[in-house]
Design a protein around this ligand. Structure first.
Ligand code: NOJ
Length: 466
């Protein structure tokens, strides 16, 4: 079987990770600027200088059969303070980028928020504060109207789970808080509310395009499938990362089964959630109105029962074997014999992506369509005389694409796949040694070099076969 002729073979990017010019051209500060400066490990300037190099990157897309690109708009380039005064230079920049996309026949898929909340709103509590929900909806409406002739595919948020866990459980995103399950659930809910309000606004205004959100999913298997404790631990993590957000996306409320686990986890932490009836009214509307969901998929997890103390260590250096994730009363992530890992300890387990796609179709039969909005492999690429032979990345992408096609055969409506990432770029918690791109970036010269994977991806896009 082949991919359909209109299948999107895309590449993904995110504003803060590729644009550079983080405080130039009228852009306001975002939550990351001070956080990274304080850490002093690395900064997002000039990154891949997409602000000036987008012409080059879009030409490469065209040359290499890449017919879709995920780009995020930086909220603080449009509204430097999150609300109020607009920055015309930022608005014009994205017009230029979108026009360049169309000139090269590369369909832009636009994300409104990719981890970069404007600092003014971040300081007031980020999305834990409902003022940010309203500010986001205003920003979204502004973009819908401003770019209505150039953008047909919108995503409200990127990876709400990543925001929650990295900000409040793992402590790797600003401001580094750890083990606060209540805040993690609350911010997920508030962001899904903001998503829903933006979706309803988009549809009520009658725009012609499509809209959805991007969730980051990981299949959670019990470490020992015969252990009832491990089965429960896997379910806990699944609800925490997957099911809470999938319920919000496709149902617009949380099922009883979901809430049993959520309530237990929040109670253990002596917390309380603010979930209002009026939130569910709008979320239920959006669940019917969305056109698709974006799924970022990188790995699965094997979870073991755990009742020890919280103990998380994030491998943000690529030293294989240094990760630990043990969450009290939830579970502990384990390695599994026979399943290879990247240098950052991410399990390479492509069949689990198939399991997740089939699960969505079964559990949420009203889903309409799925784009795999990110998938790819972080790798320490070697640059040898202008040649980058990234065979392990080709193998990774190939296997995931094969399972995507298998899912299509099994009846899941998958309409596109975006490699993370189009070109090498800044990594939030690793800086620059973790490369994902189809195109190698020399950060000194900003020159791009196609990797072996780019040539291989081109042939897949041309033949529609993998
Ligand atoms: C998820 C995020 O959307 C992106 O920003 C990140 O760099 C990649 N995955 C790789 O971790």
């Amino acid at each position: 079987m082949k991919f359909s002729d209109d299948f999107i073979f895309g590449g993904a990017t995110a504003a803060y990770q590729c644009e550079g010019s983080t405080l130039e051209y009228g852009k306001g500060k975002v939550s990351w600027d001070d956080f990274l400066a304080k850490q002093g490990r690395f900064k997002a300037d000039p990154a891949s200088d997409f602000y000036h190099q987008y012409g080059q990157d879009l030409k490469l897309c065209k040359m290499f059969g890449i017919n879709g690109i995920r780009i995020s708009i930086s909220w603080a380039r449009i509204f430097p303070d999150g609300t109020g005064k607009i920055n015309q230079e930022g608005i014009d920049f994205y017009h230029r980028v979108f026009q360049e996309c169309h000139k090269n026949n590369v369909e832009p898929f636009i994300t409104l928020h990719h981890f970069d909340t404007p600092d003014t709103l971040y300081q007031k509590g980020d999305f834990l504060n409902r003022e940010t929900v309203d500010a986001f909806v205003d920003y979204a409406k502004f973009c819908f109207e401003e770019y209505k002739d150039e953008v047909k595919y919108w995503f409200t948020f990127n990876e709400i789970w990543a925001v929650a866990t990295n900000t409040y459980i793992e402590g790797t995103f600003p401001n580094g808080e750890k083990y606060n399950m209540t805040k993690a659930f609350q911010i997920m809910h508030n962001m899904m509310l903001a998503h829903a309000k933006a979706v309803v606004a988009y549809k009520e205004a009658g725009y012609k395009g499509q809209i959805g959100c991007v969730q980051s999913l990981e299949y959670k298997y019990p470490y020992d499938e015969n252990s009832l404790d491990d089965i429960q631990a896997a379910k806990n993590e699944d609800v925490l990362q997957n099911q809470f957000l999938l319920d919000a996306t496709f149902k617009g409320y949380y099922s009883t089964e979901t809430m049993e686990i959520v309530d237990r986890l929040v109670a253990i932490n002596n917390g309380q959630l603010d979930l209002r009836d009026e939130d569910f009214e709008v979320m239920k509307k959006a669940a019917v109105l969305i056109d698709y969901m974006g799924m970022n998929y990188y790995q699965s997890r094997f979870i073991q029962y755990y009742d020890g103390e919280n103990d998380i260590h994030h491998n943000g250096t690529g030293e294989k074997g240094t990760s630990r994730f043990c969450l009290k009363n939830v579970g502990r992530r384990m390695e599994k014999e026979g399943i290879p890992r990247t240098d950052w300890d991410w399990l390479i387990h492509p069949e689990s992506m198939f399991d997740m796609l089939v699960r969505i179709r079964q559990q949420y039969p009203n889903y309409k369509c799925i784009y795999i909005t990110e998938n790819g492999m972080g790798y320490k690429d070697e640059f040898v005389d202008g040649v980058i032979d990234d065979a392990p990345r080709i193998d990774y992408i190939k296997k995931h694409l094969q399972y995507a096609l298998k899912a299509v055969e099994a009846g899941v409506n998958v309409k596109g796949y975006f490699v993370w990432s189009l070109m090498d770029m800044f990594s939030w918690t690793n800086g620059y040694n973790k490369r994902y791109g189809l195109f190698y970036v020399d950060y000194e010269t900003q020159k791009r070099y196609p990797k072996a994977s780019a040539y291989w991806y081109k042939s897949v896009s041309e033949t529609k076969e993998v």
